[in-house]
Design a protein around this ligand. Sequence first.
Ligand SMILES: [Zn+2]
Length: 304
Amino acid sequence: MVDMASPQDSSLTRIHPTLSQVLGAMESLWPLSLQAGWDASGVVAGRPEQLIQRIHWAVDPVQAVADEAVSYGADLLITHHPLFLKPVTSIAATTFKGKVVHTLVENSCALITAHTNADSAVGGVSDVLAEILGLEDIVPLAPADGSAEEGIGRVGTLQHALRLEDFAARVYSAMPAVAGGVRVAGDSNGIVSKVAITGGAGDSLFDAVREHEADVYITADLRHHPASEAREQAMLSGDRPYLIDVSHFASEWLWLPTGAKALERALADEGYTVTTAVSALNTDPWDFILTSGDDTKTITSETE
Ligand SMILES: [Zn+2]
């Protein structure tokens, strides 16, 4: 039985950080100054003085994730994606975002998001991706102002050049399984050595990819026109960069275990203990896919 006034209780007060101390540790790892002007990372819900014992990590602040955090007994949910990017006039629980807020607040679970600041920082989303894929000599694809290490995306080199198909297989096996798999544009036998990567949607960075003369570009949410135009442009000069289109969710999920460990270490350095867990939920919105196998290039038209 725990006596609420016992010394044991006050020792808990000493070893667990407050929400504001967690926020301070996050700031040292993923400074808000690195976030894009349109972004809204930071505290979405929570009291600064709240003690944080359990932290739950996920990519998306969706209802299933909020429910999971609560069932895990988390005091804090940290997600990569913001819950709110646009102003709202209501958080009524009849709206899906309002319901997420109610679920968390009613169960004393705070919410912090680390979005483009975590994309840009050293040890952030694209850095982790680059390391998992075995890249070396990693530099930012689009450096933050005045920084040689921070910025959106990364470019690096494979220790041993690979066929595009083999490299795509490496990408595929590194990612959590999702319905959409991995799509590739380019010659499966083409050799790739220099790799550009942007976790999440990176189709605005083709100019930087070309400037770095990357052999292949990995990103998510590649739409028809940017992808088609990038391939047409590539064919004018050596067919590079090839493209690998991955799941937005999967490309960013890979950061979570590393981010969780980094925060745990930063808090431990200040004498605080937290327990962390990474969500195992797949929050990629797509559930299944139909493909035509190897016949994707074949279009038949029947006339009478
Ligand atoms: Zn994202």
